[in-house]
Design a protein around this ligand. Structure first.
Ligand code: ADP
Ligand code: MG
Length: 293
């Protein structure tokens, strides 16, 4: 295509709510055959709410929520914000936290009211030798089977409860996925969340292939692996944890509603955070550069 055609394409993109880093981006857009989609904040709204607090035998649910809420008040993660907000509404202002640490893709830890508190995946609690009893394991499993996200709360060597949060699939996601398929592209969901929750959300929007429980640092390896298999990969994401994968992909698409880090790492920004704009971008590049298929 001529430089002029590319410039026109870029301008048309802006009208469609797609910000394109440079005219050459449309070239890689056209060749894409696989679209890797982050779950939280990309396929779903990312606005989570706290739905349930389950206390272990002999534990007090409000206490579980208060200590978890205090800790999560220091984190920007959508799960953290849901928990902090739920705690503030139910048990009041958060207590002070010392030694707060965020463990990427796993959870958070810190000292609250004299207790070393951990909130996150069961795997993180296991690192602290805090095993979940059968009742907590069941609570997590039941929530996850419904596409919700469950995190465990523990302190002083014991898992004390489970918090259930959920967000909603964006109304436009299912349509966008079927349009991507109609263009001959294969959608794959890539998420740090657990397998059951990821599968439930994927089923709601029509994605068959799910890669779950992937740590943020391993998202980029997944993209590389697909590329090594000969796929030309577009990655759509919104989070800090997606940035490396967005940069590695043949085409990185950031949700305009996402973090600055994700936007900076990407070639394209979908201003309104609507996945259908990814479809528009691919159609636009094919139209601008002449269709292959
Ligand atoms: P995604 O890829 O869906 O955006 P992340 O990689 O950010 O997910 O997180 C993966 C998992 O790690 C979450 O589903 C949750 O179980 C756990 N996790 C991450 N951050 C937190 C936090 N602040 N509080 C509790 N759990 C967390
Ligand atoms: Mg995300």
């Amino acid at each position: 295509a001529t430089p002029t055609a590319l410039m026109v394409g870029t301008g048309r993109g802006a009208q469609l709510g797609i910000l394109i880093k440079g005219p050459e981006v449309l070239e890689s857009t056209r060749r894409v055959d696989t679209v890797v989609l982050d779950k939280t904040g990309t396929v779903t709204t990312g606005r989570m709410t706290l739905l349930d607090v389950v206390a272990a035998e002999g534990e007090d649910a409000d206490r579980v929520l208060a200590l978890a809420g205090a800790l999560e008040d220091s984190s920007e993660h959508p799960i953290a914000q849901a928990i902090a907000k739920g705690a503030a509404a139910k048990v009041g202002a958060p207590q002070a936290v010392e030694g707060f640490a965020n463990i990427e893709g796993l959870g958070v830890q810190g000292v609250v009211d004299g207790h070393a508190v951990v909130v996150g995946r069961a795997r993180l609690l296991a690192d602290w030798s805090q095993e979940l009893d059968a009742e907590l394991v069941r609570a997590m499993r039941d929530a996850e089977a419904e596409g919700k996200t469950a995190v465990a709360v523990g302190w002083d060597g014991k898992a004390r409860g489970v918090l259930v949060v959920a967000d909603a699939v964006k109304p436009s996601s299912a349509q966008a996925i079927s349009q991507l398929r109609a263009l001959g592209l294969t959608p794959i969901m890539l998420t740090g969340d657990n397998k059951a929750a990821a599968a439930a959300i994927a089923a709601q929007v029509g994605i068959d292939e799910v890669i779950a429980e992937v740590l943020p640092k391993d998202k980029v390896d997944t993209v590389e692996r697909l590329q090594a298999e000969g796929k030309v990969v577009a990655m759509v994401g919104d989070g800090v944890n997606d940035a490396a994968a967005l940069a590695q992909a043949d085409l990185g698409l950031a949700m305009g509603t996402g973090t600055d880090v994700a936007i900076e790492a990407s070639d394209l920004t979908l201003v309104r955070g609507d996945l259908r704009a990814a479809v528009d971008a691919i159609r636009l590049s094919r139209r601008t550069l002449g269709t292959i298929k």
